[in-house]
Write a protein that binds this ligand. Structure first.
Ligand SMILES: [Zn+2]
Length: 70
């Protein structure tokens, strides 16, 4: 487990963020050693965080059910 001293997104910001698809809350989800994303607690879509900015857009979804195929 990481020591948690460095969070990609503050707790405060995390509280106001919600999945744009189902409006459920999201949690910090480690993608790799240096990278984290935000995972929706309901649909399991994972949104990326770039330069400390969460990209809560359906088009940016990294994974999850119903991944867009266009
Ligand atoms: Zn969702």
């Amino acid at each position: 487990m990481p020591d948690g001293s460095k969070k990609p997104v503050s707790d405060r910001l995390l509280k106001i963020l919600a999945c744009p698809v189902c409006k459920a809350s999201v949690e910090i989800w480690p993608l790799s050693k240096s990278d984290s994303g935000l995972k929706c607690s309901k649909c399991n879509r994972i949104y990326p965080i770039r330069d400390g900015i969460p990209l809560m857009l359906e088009s940016e979804v990294l994974s999850g059910e119903n991944k867009t195929e266009k």
